[in-house]
Design a protein around this ligand. Structure first.
Ligand code: ADP
Ligand code: ZN
Length: 602
């Protein structure tokens, strides 16, 4: 059986070998077993059910929560010559009836179905009459009530097991935490099945978390320096900020679009389509955007606001570089983010237990932001995985290690300054007091008379800002819910004030030359190509754009960047040489082989 599986991998999808645990999963499912597959985004989950669907008799029913995702998956399968269809609300009743009719006759190997349709009594009866090979439940974390992707219909999917006990089920997700994993197993009745956990490392993603000074300007500089012409996603917390940022970037010449839940559905899907189909679009969005976006060539994900948890951060950044090529996860983070997130938790109507969980999750993320050791190692550790090395060489901490200094005295000064001024002021004013700045506010409040006035001149304003941010991140200062960012002491502040606890703080060094150079090498591998290769690359890209337009599919569905760059590197001259390039299967060879050879020979 596995030799047949390998033949499908090669002939249909054009890949020479299975990745990670794909082969094991495929063998298990093809053999009729149930399982849960945990793989990071870009790990190659789709093949885990697509190849068993080809190996087994009957049609595989794939449950997928998003229409756009289904359509793209089916388009990509068609390009590879696989018999596939989808059933969702984008079809008219007549079209849907035609798909169902063909399905009964065995015309498809895979049919993607929206969960709400699947669960209707009518459709379940219909399935009972269809020859089924397997059920695949994609984005299985949607059963989790704790996650922000929760879909009530997903909970009812346990019915599949009750109604069709002999049809194997494979659930897949890129959410790695153990609580969600347990929830999926319970809710979907997968306790008898196997669990395949892959490494969640995404070695091609470079993690960078920078001190926020002027987030928008920092973002623009980052895009201009490292991602000229690249597709990327910029996450913001509020709809208003999404819109402002998109407009601002567009004014600066970056092709940016907005996406948030407050926009009309047609407007949203228009922007999403553009992002998927055109090269180099930057999507500025709230987290409403992203799930099911399987665009493989997103080169960066930027956060202008802090996510709520490490899970959220990892899921969102994971949308970069699914094609395995170099990508950046970049975040600007400052005291305001800590204050805002803490306030959102405290101010919410949620129950105490929920607030406690939310606040623990936030603390874990803040610890990641303030990390003085490798970010990747910390991320993996959070998901219960031990990294093979203490440094990854591809995160900002490894590339440009921060200094760690004993900030106990500075912390004491900051805390007592907050205390002496009545715990009613934000960091900006407190820093003015510490540095002895003569401002109107100072005189208004008489703070030039307090004992902490001017006792912190030895540190720059920038350093003080980092001190306050870290004290808030460490929970030694808390923000009041008054909307002014007033900082007050907490129960843990006393130990620092009375000297029984030392505080180590992180100091971001100036960007080193070597790190800047490493970043430059990372940013644009095509810049290093010789002129002939560069021209070939441009030709292939232009051909791809045109072909994709003709077929009404995104460019990456025709060929990935990775395939194009292999073509540039190998310059195959014959059909059999083309056949060896990863990403070129039998169908694509037949369809595009001549076009490619013509370009390559010219
Ligand atoms: P996921 O759903 O896990 O995020 P996908 O199934 O979309 O990932 O796969 C990510 C990318 O990796 C896809 O472009 C896919 O074609 C590619 N891929 C999957 N398996 C292999 C493999 N064995 N060899 C090479 N590329 C692969
Ligand atoms: Zn690292």
């Amino acid at each position: 059986m596995m030799s047949r599986a390998l033949a499908f991998l090669k002939d249909v999808f054009g890949y020479p070998a299975f990745r990670g645990r794909q082969a094991e999963v495929i063998a298990h499912v093809a053999d009729g077993g149930d399982c849960l597959v945990l793989m990071p985004t870009g790990g190659g989950k789709s093949l885990c059910y697509q190849i068993p669907a080809l190996l087994r008799d009957g049609v595989a029913v794939v449950v997928s929560p998003l229409i756009a995702l289904m359509q793209n998956q089916v388009a990509a399968l068609h390009e590879a010559g696989v018999r596939a269809a989808f059933l969702n609300s984008s079809l008219s009743q007549m079209e849907a009836a035609a798909v169902e009719g063909a399905m009964l006759k065995g015309a498809y190997d895979l049919v993607y179905v929206a969960p709400e349709r699947l669960l209707t009594p009518r459709f379940l009866d219909f399935l009972a009459r269809s020859p089924l090979s397997l059920f695949a439940i994609d984005e299985a974390h949607c059963v989790s009530q704790w996650g922000h992707d929760f879909r009530p219909e997903y909970i009812q999917l346990s019915i599949l097991h009750e109604r069709f006990p002999d049809v194997p089920r494979i659930a897949l997700t890129a959410t790695a935490d153990s609580v969600t994993r347990k929830e999926i197993v319970e809710r979907l009745g997968l306790d008898g099945g196997r669990i395949f956990v892959s490494s969640f490392d995404r070695p091609n993603i470079r993690y960078q978390i920078v001190d926020k000074v002027n987030a928008k300007a920092q973002l623009l500089a980052f895009i201009q320096a490292e991602h000229d012409g690249d597709a990327g996603i910029v996450y913001c917390l509020s709809r208003k900020k999404v819109e402002e940022t998109a407009v601002w970037l567009a004014e600066k010449g970056i092709p940016a679009l907005a996406y948030h839940a407050g926009m009309s559905a047609p407007e949203r899907s228009r922007n999403q389509e553009k992002f998927l189909r055109e090269d180099g679009v930057v999507m500025v969005a709230t987290i409403a955007f992203g799930m099911g976006i399987d665009k493989p060539d997103v080169r960066f994900v930027a956060h202008l606001d802090l996510p709520k948890s490490v899970e959220g951060y990892y899921q969102e950044t994971g949308r970069a570089g699914r094609d395995g090529q170099a990508a950046n996860a970049w975040m600007a983070y400052g005291l305001g983010d800590v204050v805002q997130q803490r306030r959102m938790i405290e101010g919410s109507e949620a129950q105490a237990q929920f607030k406690r969980i939310a606040s623990t999750k936030l603390d874990a993320l803040l610890a990641l932001c303030e990390a003085t050791t490798c970010r990747r190692v910390r991320l993996l550790d959070y998901f219960g995985e031990t990294a093979t090395s203490a440094t990854c060489g591809n995160c900002d901490v490894c590339l440009n290690p921060p200094q760690v200094w004993d900030g106990t005295v500075a912390a004491q000064k900051a805390l007592s300054c907050a205390f002496r001024t009545g715990q009613r002021f934000g960091a900006g004013h407190l820093i003015d007091v510490l540095r002895g700045n003569d401002t109107a506010r100072m005189r208004q409040w008489g703070h030039d008379k307090v004992s902490t006035f001017g006792i912190g001149k030895e540190l720059e304003e920038k350093t003080w800002r980092a001190v306050f941010r870290q004290l808030a991140a460490l929970g030694l200062l808390a923000a009041d819910n008054d909307g002014h960012g007033s900082l007050r002491l907490t129960t843990t502040s006393r130990a620092v004030l009375n000297g029984s606890q030392t505080v180590f703080l992180r100091l971001q060094p100036e960007r080193k030359k070597t790190a800047a150079k490493a970043a430059a090498a990372h940013e644009n591998k095509f810049a290093t190509l010789d002129p002939a290769a560069r021209i070939l690359w441009e030709h292939l890209r232009a051909w791809r754009t045109e072909t994709a337009k003709k077929h009404g599919v995104p460019a990456y569905v025709v060929f990935h960047d990775a395939t194009l760059s292999e073509l540039v590197r190998l310059r195959p001259q014959t059909e059999s040489e083309l056949r060896e390039v990863p990403g070129i299967g039998a169908r694509k060879l037949e369809r595009y082989g001549n076009d490619l050879l013509e370009i390559l020979r010219a």
